[in-house]
Design a protein around this ligand. Structure first.
Ligand SMILES: [Zn+2]
Length: 407
């Protein structure tokens, strides 16, 4: 017996729709809700959008701005603040679990039904943060697809690497979904990627923090492309790609074509890049956002994520992918429609998830918002949202606003 649900009284692509969902997939866009005996949710004329996706979070760091104050505002200050708070024992498991739960709840309320999060692994913490996140992720498994990445501490090769490589193996045994790291911080970036690919084994994707610097000569993305050619069985994602924003001309186009040929997804992260990068500039401050427009034109899978939320790496953050979408419109000159795709089905494609939305054949992960266009949905980004996962309502926010001049 199929699980049937109806999402009624919405609209999409300019027309009114009443969706029939069977076993989590939209099978009809125009059914008569009274003709079928199954649960019906009336969305009150709201616009139906594909559910949002967060392709790059840091759940272990989320909501720690006060626990780990960043005195300088730059990346060095953020790392120092984090290490100092960690050494002082401020990230005990119960508090971290509470913050991760809070952050996932905030994301779900915003309409996010797919999350990929990096977690520090190795160094002094081993797999402690990862285990906390794996446990909390279980609690949300009915409402969200959650992918956890072991972001390994450097170095992964040479002296001092043994403990980190051991932690990487431990993370894989604990059930981490992906492995990752920061090749541009490694003494041997190609060697580090090779270690990750070897430990990942078959079927486990790799998501790397790539070239989080404005130095255009730092292009470990070329090492990543070489590794992807050697291991076509592994799915790679390149997150950040800040230095790529400083590359132009033939070199940029060549890299873009190679990324497309290797099916490497690129995740732009406007919030943290705008916050951390370019602090040394006194004029014409660079933005440091991956050039998604050019990449898309060359056939690269592109997405945008929120990265850090109210932690020492980014003091701001609303846990709402529409915030990243709005920044991609303003700071990266994406159209509102393209920006919305970067934080919904574009992000899902990079995450290896099937397309969702209010169309026949798509997974019925949907967010209903009181907007008249995609542009207005991104611009207003109001809290009023109804969130569906596989056709089932999983979150709802209602908002009442009045003024003295209202009747
Ligand atoms: Zn990150």
């Amino acid at each position: 017996m199929a699980d049937r649900r109806v999402i009624s009284n919405g609209w999409s692509n300019g027309v009114a729709v009443d969706l029939l969902v069977e076993d989590g997939v939209v099978v009809d866009e125009h059914i008569d809700p009274t003709s079928i005996d199954c649960p019906v949710v009336d969305v009150g004329g709201r616009m139906l959008l594909p559910a949002l996706a967060e392709p790059h979070a840091h759940l272990d760091k989320a909501l720690t701005a006060e626990l780990a104050p960043n005195p300088t505002g730059d990346l060095r200050g953020a790392i120092d603040a984090w290490m100092e708070a960690e050494a002082a024992g401020r990230f005990e498991p119960v508090g971290m679990a509470d913050r991760i739960r809070d952050e996932l709840r905030r994301l779900l309320l915003s309409g996010t039904t797919a999350v990929r999060s990096h977690l520090n692994v190795g160094g002094g913490v081993g797999v402690d943060h990862l285990r906390v996140a794996l446990d909390v992720a279980d609690e949300f498994s009915g409402s969200m697809d959650i992918q956890l990445v072991a972001m390994i501490t450097m170095p992964l090769t040479g002296p001092g690497s043994e403990q980190n490589v051991a932690a990487l193996h431990e993370a894989v045994e604990a059930g981490v979904h992906l492995v990752g790291g920061c090749p541009h911080l490694e003494p041997d970036s190609a060697g580090a990627i090779a270690v990750l690919a070897a430990v990942a084994g078959e079927g486990r994707p790799i998501d790397l923090h790539i070239d989080e610097t404005l130095d255009p000569s730092m292009l470990t993305i070329i090492d990543l492309i070489a590794a992807a050619r050697e291991r076509p069985d592994v799915n790679f994602t390149a997150s950040h790609c800040v230095s790529l924003s400083a590359v132009h001309g033939d070199l940029l186009l060549r890299i873009a074509d190679d990324l497309a040929a290797c099916a490497i997804g690129v995740v732009a992260l406007p919030q943290t890049n705008l916050f951390l990068q370019g602090r040394e500039s006194t004029r014409l401050t660079p933005r440091g956002i991956a050039p998604v427009g050019t990449l898309r034109e060359r056939g690269v899978m592109v997405a945008a994520g929120g990265d850090n939320v109210q932690d020492p790496f980014n003091l701001m953050g609303r846990s709402d992918p529409l915030e990243a979408a709005a920044l991609m419109v303003m700071a990266a000159h994406e159209s509102p429609t393209d920006a919305l795709n970067l934080v919904s089905n574009g992000a899902r494609a990079v995450m290896g998830l099937p397309e969702c939305g209010p169309t026949v054949g798509a997974v019925a992960d949907i967010v209903a918002v009181p907007a008249r266009s995609a542009r207005e949905a991104v611009a207003d980004a109001g809290a009023d949202r109804i969130v569906f996962r596989a056709g089932r309502e999983v979150a709802r926010s209602t908002v009442t606003r009045t003024t003295a001049v209202d009747d």
